[in-house]
Design a protein around this ligand. Structure first.
Ligand SMILES: [Fe+2]
Length: 369
Protein backbone atom coordinates (compact mmCIF):
# COMPACT_ATOMS: atom_id res chain seq x y z
CA UNK A 1 0.00 0.00 0.00
CA UNK A 2 1.09 3.58 -0.53
CA UNK A 3 0.06 7.10 0.44
CA UNK A 4 -1.18 9.01 -2.60
CA UNK A 5 -2.07 12.71 -2.97
CA UNK A 6 -5.78 13.19 -3.68
CA UNK A 7 -4.94 15.30 -6.75
CA UNK A 8 -3.24 12.30 -8.40
CA UNK A 9 -5.88 9.67 -7.60
CA UNK A 10 -7.29 7.73 -10.52
CA UNK A 11 -10.62 5.86 -10.75
CA UNK A 12 -10.11 2.16 -10.19
CA UNK A 13 -7.60 2.58 -7.33
CA UNK A 14 -8.55 0.70 -4.18
CA UNK A 15 -8.54 2.29 -0.69
CA UNK A 16 -6.35 0.18 1.59
CA UNK A 17 -6.92 2.00 4.91
CA UNK A 18 -10.20 3.43 6.28
CA UNK A 19 -10.52 7.17 5.61
CA UNK A 20 -11.75 9.42 8.44
CA UNK A 21 -12.58 13.10 8.52
CA UNK A 22 -10.91 15.36 11.14
CA UNK A 23 -13.95 14.96 13.42
CA UNK A 24 -13.53 11.18 13.42
CA UNK A 25 -16.40 10.36 11.06
CA UNK A 26 -15.64 7.39 8.80
CA UNK A 27 -15.80 8.55 5.18
CA UNK A 28 -14.56 5.54 3.20
CA UNK A 29 -14.01 1.90 4.06
CA UNK A 30 -10.91 -0.09 3.26
CA UNK A 31 -11.53 -1.91 -0.02
CA UNK A 32 -13.58 0.89 -1.62
CA UNK A 33 -12.89 1.13 -5.36
CA UNK A 34 -12.47 4.79 -6.28
CA UNK A 35 -14.74 6.33 -8.88
CA UNK A 36 -14.56 9.82 -10.40
CA UNK A 37 -17.40 10.90 -8.04
CA UNK A 38 -15.62 9.63 -4.92
CA UNK A 39 -12.40 11.38 -5.95
CA UNK A 40 -14.32 14.65 -6.40
CA UNK A 41 -15.80 14.18 -2.91
CA UNK A 42 -12.38 13.56 -1.37
CA UNK A 43 -11.20 16.85 -2.86
CA UNK A 44 -14.37 18.56 -1.59
CA UNK A 45 -13.72 17.18 1.91
CA UNK A 46 -10.20 18.66 1.72
CA UNK A 47 -8.55 15.31 2.34
CA UNK A 48 -5.05 15.75 0.97
CA UNK A 49 -3.93 12.15 0.80
CA UNK A 50 -5.24 8.61 1.19
CA UNK A 51 -3.69 5.16 1.34
CA UNK A 52 -4.33 2.95 -1.66
CA UNK A 53 -3.29 -0.52 -2.75
CA UNK A 54 -0.24 -0.67 -5.00
CA UNK A 55 -1.27 -1.03 -8.63
CA UNK A 56 -0.61 -4.38 -10.24
CA UNK A 57 1.00 -4.09 -13.64
CA UNK A 58 -1.59 -6.48 -15.02
CA UNK A 59 -4.31 -3.96 -14.24
CA UNK A 60 -2.75 -1.37 -16.53
CA UNK A 61 -5.09 -2.16 -19.39
CA UNK A 62 -8.06 -2.07 -17.03
CA UNK A 63 -6.91 1.36 -15.85
CA UNK A 64 -6.66 2.59 -19.42
CA UNK A 65 -10.13 1.25 -20.20
CA UNK A 66 -11.52 3.27 -17.29
CA UNK A 67 -9.50 6.39 -18.02
CA UNK A 68 -9.83 6.54 -21.80
CA UNK A 69 -13.45 7.79 -21.95
CA UNK A 70 -12.83 10.34 -19.19
CA UNK A 71 -9.74 11.75 -20.87
CA UNK A 72 -11.49 11.72 -24.25
CA UNK A 73 -14.42 13.67 -22.75
CA UNK A 74 -12.08 16.21 -21.12
CA UNK A 75 -10.20 16.60 -24.40
CA UNK A 76 -13.49 17.19 -26.27
CA UNK A 77 -14.46 19.77 -23.66
CA UNK A 78 -11.25 21.74 -24.17
CA UNK A 79 -11.67 21.52 -27.97
CA UNK A 80 -15.27 22.75 -27.55
CA UNK A 81 -14.26 25.73 -25.41
CA UNK A 82 -11.51 26.59 -27.89
CA UNK A 83 -14.05 26.46 -30.72
CA UNK A 84 -16.29 28.90 -28.83
CA UNK A 85 -13.41 31.24 -28.07
CA UNK A 86 -12.30 31.32 -31.67
CA UNK A 87 -15.83 31.75 -32.99
CA UNK A 88 -16.32 34.85 -30.85
CA UNK A 89 -14.08 36.75 -33.31
CA UNK A 90 -13.17 39.06 -30.48
CA UNK A 91 -9.86 38.08 -29.07
CA UNK A 92 -10.04 40.81 -26.45
CA UNK A 93 -12.73 38.75 -24.79
CA UNK A 94 -10.43 35.79 -24.34
CA UNK A 95 -10.58 35.09 -20.65
CA UNK A 96 -7.06 34.46 -19.31
CA UNK A 97 -8.52 32.84 -16.20
CA UNK A 98 -10.40 30.35 -18.37
CA UNK A 99 -7.25 29.66 -20.37
CA UNK A 100 -5.25 28.93 -17.22
CA UNK A 101 -7.99 26.50 -16.17
CA UNK A 102 -7.94 24.81 -19.56
CA UNK A 103 -4.18 24.40 -19.51
CA UNK A 104 -4.44 23.13 -15.93
CA UNK A 105 -7.00 20.61 -17.16
CA UNK A 106 -4.67 19.44 -19.92
CA UNK A 107 -1.78 19.21 -17.49
CA UNK A 108 -3.72 17.04 -15.06
CA UNK A 109 -4.85 14.78 -17.90
CA UNK A 110 -1.20 14.43 -18.92
CA UNK A 111 -0.46 13.52 -15.30
CA UNK A 112 -3.15 10.85 -15.37
CA UNK A 113 -1.87 9.19 -18.48
CA UNK A 114 0.18 11.02 -21.08
CA UNK A 115 0.21 7.96 -23.38
CA UNK A 116 -3.55 7.99 -23.63
CA UNK A 117 -3.70 11.70 -24.26
CA UNK A 118 -0.97 11.53 -26.85
CA UNK A 119 -2.84 8.72 -28.49
CA UNK A 120 -5.99 10.82 -28.49
CA UNK A 121 -4.20 13.68 -30.17
CA UNK A 122 -3.57 11.33 -33.06
CA UNK A 123 -7.28 11.01 -33.75
CA UNK A 124 -8.19 13.69 -36.23
CA UNK A 125 -11.21 15.05 -37.96
CA UNK A 126 -10.96 17.74 -40.58
CA UNK A 127 -14.00 19.77 -39.45
CA UNK A 128 -12.53 20.64 -36.13
CA UNK A 129 -9.04 21.00 -37.53
CA UNK A 130 -8.05 24.38 -36.17
CA UNK A 131 -9.60 23.84 -32.74
CA UNK A 132 -8.24 20.40 -32.16
CA UNK A 133 -4.93 21.50 -33.70
CA UNK A 134 -4.33 24.19 -31.09
CA UNK A 135 -5.36 21.87 -28.26
CA UNK A 136 -3.08 19.12 -29.55
CA UNK A 137 -0.18 21.53 -29.99
CA UNK A 138 -0.74 22.58 -26.39
CA UNK A 139 -0.64 18.93 -25.23
CA UNK A 140 2.50 18.19 -27.25
CA UNK A 141 4.21 21.39 -26.07
CA UNK A 142 3.48 20.61 -22.40
CA UNK A 143 4.84 17.09 -22.87
CA UNK A 144 8.05 18.52 -24.40
CA UNK A 145 8.27 21.15 -21.62
CA UNK A 146 8.00 18.46 -18.96
CA UNK A 147 10.71 16.44 -20.64
CA UNK A 148 12.89 19.59 -20.58
CA UNK A 149 12.12 19.92 -16.84
CA UNK A 150 10.59 23.37 -17.18
CA UNK A 151 9.26 25.02 -14.01
CA UNK A 152 5.48 24.86 -13.37
CA UNK A 153 4.88 28.56 -14.11
CA UNK A 154 6.93 28.39 -17.32
CA UNK A 155 5.04 25.25 -18.29
CA UNK A 156 1.71 27.01 -17.80
CA UNK A 157 2.88 29.94 -19.97
CA UNK A 158 3.97 27.45 -22.61
CA UNK A 159 0.57 25.71 -22.56
CA UNK A 160 -1.30 29.03 -22.90
CA UNK A 161 0.96 30.30 -25.71
CA UNK A 162 0.48 26.99 -27.55
CA UNK A 163 -3.29 27.17 -27.11
CA UNK A 164 -3.32 30.70 -28.55
CA UNK A 165 -0.60 30.31 -31.18
CA UNK A 166 -2.93 30.26 -34.21
CA UNK A 167 -5.68 32.50 -32.86
CA UNK A 168 -4.56 35.16 -35.34
CA UNK A 169 -5.95 32.91 -38.09
CA UNK A 170 -9.46 34.11 -37.33
CA UNK A 171 -8.43 37.51 -38.78
CA UNK A 172 -7.12 35.93 -41.99
CA UNK A 173 -9.63 35.89 -44.83
CA UNK A 174 -11.55 32.61 -44.49
CA UNK A 175 -11.23 31.91 -48.21
CA UNK A 176 -7.44 32.13 -48.02
CA UNK A 177 -7.31 29.97 -44.91
CA UNK A 178 -9.56 27.30 -46.43
CA UNK A 179 -7.58 27.20 -49.64
CA UNK A 180 -4.51 25.76 -47.87
CA UNK A 181 -2.71 25.07 -51.15
CA UNK A 182 -1.57 26.95 -54.26
CA UNK A 183 -1.62 30.27 -52.48
CA UNK A 184 -0.64 33.35 -54.49
CA UNK A 185 2.29 35.43 -53.15
CA UNK A 186 -0.23 38.03 -51.92
CA UNK A 187 -2.22 35.37 -50.08
CA UNK A 188 0.98 34.11 -48.47
CA UNK A 189 1.73 37.61 -47.22
CA UNK A 190 -1.69 37.60 -45.53
CA UNK A 191 -1.21 34.13 -43.97
CA UNK A 192 2.18 35.19 -42.63
CA UNK A 193 0.54 37.98 -40.67
CA UNK A 194 -1.30 35.62 -38.33
CA UNK A 195 1.34 35.60 -35.54
CA UNK A 196 1.24 39.41 -35.47
CA UNK A 197 -2.56 39.51 -35.69
CA UNK A 198 -2.76 37.29 -32.61
CA UNK A 199 -0.35 39.46 -30.62
CA UNK A 200 -2.06 42.71 -31.62
CA UNK A 201 -5.45 41.39 -30.53
CA UNK A 202 -4.19 39.75 -27.37
CA UNK A 203 -1.98 42.55 -26.08
CA UNK A 204 -4.92 44.09 -24.21
CA UNK A 205 -5.28 40.89 -22.18
CA UNK A 206 -3.27 40.20 -19.09
CA UNK A 207 -0.88 37.86 -20.82
CA UNK A 208 2.79 37.85 -19.91
CA UNK A 209 5.35 39.08 -22.48
CA UNK A 210 6.77 35.50 -22.61
CA UNK A 211 3.41 34.18 -23.80
CA UNK A 212 3.03 36.88 -26.47
CA UNK A 213 6.60 36.28 -27.61
CA UNK A 214 5.99 32.52 -27.88
CA UNK A 215 2.90 33.14 -30.03
CA UNK A 216 4.66 35.66 -32.26
CA UNK A 217 7.67 33.40 -32.84
CA UNK A 218 6.08 30.03 -33.54
CA UNK A 219 6.93 30.27 -37.27
CA UNK A 220 10.48 31.50 -36.75
CA UNK A 221 13.17 28.94 -37.66
CA UNK A 222 16.68 28.44 -36.29
CA UNK A 223 18.39 29.20 -39.66
CA UNK A 224 16.51 32.47 -40.09
CA UNK A 225 14.12 31.20 -42.78
CA UNK A 226 10.98 31.69 -40.70
CA UNK A 227 8.55 34.57 -40.27
CA UNK A 228 7.48 37.25 -39.37
CA UNK A 229 10.96 38.57 -38.49
CA UNK A 230 13.37 35.90 -39.78
CA UNK A 231 14.97 35.55 -36.35
CA UNK A 232 17.85 33.12 -35.86
CA UNK A 233 18.79 30.56 -33.16
CA UNK A 234 19.28 32.36 -29.84
CA UNK A 235 17.04 35.25 -30.91
CA UNK A 236 14.05 32.91 -30.72
CA UNK A 237 12.50 32.27 -27.31
CA UNK A 238 12.29 28.79 -25.79
CA UNK A 239 8.46 28.92 -25.98
CA UNK A 240 8.56 29.84 -29.68
CA UNK A 241 10.98 27.01 -30.45
CA UNK A 242 8.92 24.38 -28.61
CA UNK A 243 5.62 25.44 -30.19
CA UNK A 244 7.31 25.34 -33.63
CA UNK A 245 8.16 21.63 -33.23
CA UNK A 246 4.73 20.72 -31.81
CA UNK A 247 2.96 22.75 -34.52
CA UNK A 248 4.76 21.15 -37.47
CA UNK A 249 4.36 17.64 -36.05
CA UNK A 250 0.63 18.05 -35.45
CA UNK A 251 0.09 19.61 -38.89
CA UNK A 252 1.85 16.60 -40.47
CA UNK A 253 -0.28 13.97 -38.75
CA UNK A 254 -3.56 15.83 -39.45
CA UNK A 255 -5.67 15.11 -42.53
CA UNK A 256 -5.73 18.10 -44.88
CA UNK A 257 -7.69 18.61 -48.07
CA UNK A 258 -4.70 18.62 -50.41
CA UNK A 259 -2.70 15.72 -48.99
CA UNK A 260 -2.92 12.52 -47.01
CA UNK A 261 -2.03 12.58 -43.34
CA UNK A 262 1.35 11.29 -42.34
CA UNK A 263 1.82 8.57 -39.74
CA UNK A 264 3.59 9.71 -36.54
CA UNK A 265 6.68 7.86 -37.76
CA UNK A 266 6.66 9.67 -41.12
CA UNK A 267 6.04 13.02 -39.39
CA UNK A 268 9.04 12.42 -37.20
CA UNK A 269 11.18 11.64 -40.25
CA UNK A 270 10.05 14.94 -41.79
CA UNK A 271 11.03 16.82 -38.62
CA UNK A 272 14.40 15.11 -38.44
CA UNK A 273 14.98 15.78 -42.16
CA UNK A 274 14.44 19.47 -41.39
CA UNK A 275 16.45 19.39 -38.18
CA UNK A 276 18.40 22.52 -39.26
CA UNK A 277 15.15 24.46 -38.79
CA UNK A 278 14.54 23.44 -35.20
CA UNK A 279 16.33 23.45 -31.87
CA UNK A 280 18.03 20.06 -31.68
CA UNK A 281 17.67 19.81 -27.87
CA UNK A 282 13.92 20.29 -28.23
CA UNK A 283 13.69 17.76 -31.07
CA UNK A 284 15.50 15.22 -28.89
CA UNK A 285 13.18 15.87 -25.95
CA UNK A 286 10.22 15.47 -28.29
CA UNK A 287 11.42 12.14 -29.67
CA UNK A 288 12.10 10.86 -26.15
CA UNK A 289 8.60 11.68 -24.95
CA UNK A 290 6.35 11.00 -27.90
CA UNK A 291 4.50 8.03 -29.24
CA UNK A 292 6.13 7.29 -32.57
CA UNK A 293 4.02 4.17 -32.72
CA UNK A 294 0.80 5.24 -30.98
CA UNK A 295 -1.21 2.80 -28.91
CA UNK A 296 -3.61 0.92 -31.17
CA UNK A 297 -1.44 1.16 -34.29
CA UNK A 298 -0.20 -1.97 -36.05
CA UNK A 299 3.46 -2.63 -36.83
CA UNK A 300 5.52 -5.32 -38.52
CA UNK A 301 8.57 -6.66 -36.71
CA UNK A 302 11.87 -7.60 -38.37
CA UNK A 303 10.82 -11.21 -37.69
CA UNK A 304 7.83 -10.71 -40.00
CA UNK A 305 5.27 -10.96 -37.21
CA UNK A 306 2.48 -8.38 -37.07
CA UNK A 307 1.58 -6.82 -33.74
CA UNK A 308 -0.55 -4.12 -32.18
CA UNK A 309 1.05 -1.42 -30.01
CA UNK A 310 -0.42 -1.66 -26.51
CA UNK A 311 2.01 0.41 -24.46
CA UNK A 312 4.70 3.07 -24.78
CA UNK A 313 8.03 2.92 -22.97
CA UNK A 314 9.00 6.40 -21.90
CA UNK A 315 12.41 7.31 -23.29
CA UNK A 316 12.36 4.42 -25.79
CA UNK A 317 9.74 5.46 -28.34
CA UNK A 318 11.05 3.01 -30.94
CA UNK A 319 10.59 0.02 -28.62
CA UNK A 320 6.94 -0.14 -27.55
CA UNK A 321 5.06 -2.82 -25.69
CA UNK A 322 3.15 -4.92 -28.24
CA UNK A 323 0.71 -7.78 -28.66
CA UNK A 324 1.60 -10.12 -31.54
CA UNK A 325 -1.43 -11.31 -33.51
CA UNK A 326 0.08 -12.78 -36.68
CA UNK A 327 3.12 -14.98 -37.18
CA UNK A 328 5.76 -14.44 -39.87
CA UNK A 329 3.66 -16.25 -42.49
CA UNK A 330 0.67 -14.01 -41.75
CA UNK A 331 -1.21 -16.77 -39.88
CA UNK A 332 -3.37 -15.58 -37.02
CA UNK A 333 -2.16 -16.87 -33.65
CA UNK A 334 -4.66 -18.77 -31.47
CA UNK A 335 -3.69 -16.56 -28.54
CA UNK A 336 -1.98 -13.20 -29.04
CA UNK A 337 1.44 -12.92 -27.36
CA UNK A 338 2.21 -9.81 -25.34
CA UNK A 339 5.85 -8.73 -25.23
CA UNK A 340 7.74 -5.62 -24.26
CA UNK A 341 10.44 -4.70 -26.78
CA UNK A 342 12.37 -2.94 -24.05
CA UNK A 343 13.05 -6.28 -22.31
CA UNK A 344 16.54 -7.67 -22.68
CA UNK A 345 15.42 -10.90 -24.36
CA UNK A 346 14.10 -8.89 -27.33
CA UNK A 347 17.23 -6.86 -28.15
CA UNK A 348 17.38 -8.54 -31.58
CA UNK A 349 13.75 -7.74 -32.30
CA UNK A 350 12.71 -4.32 -33.61
CA UNK A 351 9.91 -2.55 -35.45
CA UNK A 352 10.54 -2.80 -39.17
CA UNK A 353 7.63 -0.71 -40.41
CA UNK A 354 4.14 0.50 -39.68
CA UNK A 355 1.37 -1.47 -41.35
CA UNK A 356 -0.27 0.32 -44.28
CA UNK A 357 -3.85 1.52 -44.00
CA UNK A 358 -5.33 -0.91 -46.58
CA UNK A 359 -3.54 -3.82 -44.96
CA UNK A 360 -4.86 -2.71 -41.58
CA UNK A 361 -8.45 -2.98 -42.75
CA UNK A 362 -7.81 -6.63 -43.59
CA UNK A 363 -6.30 -7.11 -40.13
CA UNK A 364 -9.30 -5.53 -38.40
CA UNK A 365 -11.57 -7.85 -40.36
CA UNK A 366 -9.56 -10.92 -39.32
CA UNK A 367 -9.53 -9.81 -35.69
CA UNK A 368 -13.22 -8.95 -35.74
CA UNK A 369 -12.54 -5.39 -34.50
FE1 LIG B 1 0.69 29.27 -37.13
Amino acid sequence: MKLVKTATLVPGMVISKDVYQDNGILMLNEGTVLTAEIITKLKYWNLNEVTVEELQLSSREEQEAILAPQIAAAHDRVVGITQNLMSSQNLKEVDTFLLRGMVGDLESQINLNSDLLLNLSHLKTYDLYLFSHVVNVSILAIIIGRELKMQPEELKNLGIAALLHDFGMVRVDREIYDQENNLTPEQWVEIKKHPDYACESLSANELSPEILQGIRQHHERINGSGYPLGLRGPEISQLGKIIAVADVYDACISPRKHRKRYTPYEALKILLGDSHLFDIKILKAFIASMAIYPIGSFIRLNTGEVAKVVGINHGSPFRPEIRIYFDSSNQKLDEPVRINLIDEEYTQTYVQETVERNEMEKIYELLGE
